[in-house]
Design a protein around this ligand. Structure first.
Ligand code: HEC
Length: 125
């Protein structure tokens, strides 16, 4: 057998088989994790881990168009100065139902609207 030209091929085949087994085991694990994640998310629609960070992201996505890049006002009034003027609940309601000429931001559920409101009060001067 010494020096058989087949040995390198056998080795490569073995490595290939091991790699495939490893990858499919990993894929299975990932899929289970993803399914768990989905189910978990479904149970906790209203659970937002870090409301201020999430609120900032949503405000950047949806409010700056009208309220300005720094939320200091543009077409809509400044909303970086709401502390003392509105509570979290009131801001959350404005986001969900709109106010005056501001349309309701229906893409957000109440928990998300709360998170945006918390963020706005956190940056309020
Ligand atoms: C389509 C433009 C538009 C978008 C998008 C928008 N707003 Fe407004 N917003 C306005 C306008 C205009 C007003 C003033 C309404 C009025 O008083 O007639 C306003 C008013 C407000 C007020 C009351 C401010 C005050 O001083 O009374 C808050 C709070 C507010 N918006 C928050 C938000 C938040 C948070 C978002 C993002 C989730 C958002 N808005 C997205 C246009 C917009």
């Amino acid at each position: 057998m010494k020096g058989s030209p087949l040995i390198p091929f056998a080795l490569i085949a073995l490595i290939g088989i091991l790699l495939m087994a490893g990858l499919s085991a990993y894929g299975l694990f990932e899929r289970n994790a993803a399914e768990e994640g989905e189910n978990g998310a479904e149970e906790e629609v209203t659970e937002i881990e870090d409301p201020i960070a999430a609120g900032e992201e949503m405000a950047q996505a949806s409010c700056i168009n009208c309220h300005g890049g720094d939320l200091a006002g543009a077409a809509g009034p400044a909303i970086n100065n709401l502390d003392g003027q509105y509570t979290v609940e009131q801001i959350s309601e404005i986001i969900q139902v709109g106010i005056g000429s501001m349309p309701p931001q229906t893409q957000y559920d109440p928990a998300e609207a709360d998170a945006i409101a918390e963020y706005l009060l956190s940056i309020s001067e």
